[in-house]
Design a protein around this ligand. Sequence first.
Ligand code: PLP
Length: 247
Amino acid sequence: MTHDAQLAATRAAVLDRIAGAASRAGRDPGVVEIVAVTKTVAAERIRAAAAAGFASFGENRVQERQAKATDLADLAGPDPVKWHLVGPLQSNKARRAIELFDVIQTVDSLDLAGRLDRIVGAGGADGGARSEPRRVRVLLQANVDDDPAKSGFDPEALARDLGAILDLPNLAVEGLMTVGRQVDSPEAARPTFSALRHLSERLRAREPRLGPALSMGMTDDFDVAVEEGATIVRIGRAIFGARPHGG
Ligand SMILES: *Cc1c(COP(=O)(O)O)cnc(C)c1O
């Protein structure tokens, strides 16, 4: 198979697994967005993945997205692919992140939310091709496992700060995101995913302005995440193969 045909087959296989998981949970598989995570993946292969039908891509570092942006400028055509930031965002890179990404999945403090809001509000970020002012699409990252190794809002802090974040006029808060703990079986990740869903239900009962998106699940456990309600899965290795060590 050619590279492109292989990526199309991979996409079909991933969609199949999502459909299976959705059907086990009585959910509509059509609402699950695949974000193809391209850290360490070269621009050429990203272009091939877009040609194979992947429409959303994720990077975990602003610099890496920036390094590939010129090479991938052609993907910003009439039906542009979407870029999601899925790694931690330092506040000094907030402006670049707004310019380079369509969705920032990793808002983990009221401070960062406020900064993003102010940058957009001041018209200070060059939206490139997007000349219209826009609200920044964000997800709030929650650390539902209380894992010191992971960033994200502690659920109590999120409950406390949520109203203030939702009041920010230039953010569209579409939902929640979590990065699960390292576990040795997909089943072991389930409590994390169900905890994020329950957190979302609890917060939305009080603050319906919080969007319903749930970004959870990666290569090893996205089936379980879909069973537990994921609307966005972030998949790297199952699409592009193993990353170089440490990637
Ligand atoms: C790398 C990464 C992924 C994708 O991980 P895979 O195991 O390769 O599917 C998902 N989410 C985040 C935040 C990542 O950094």
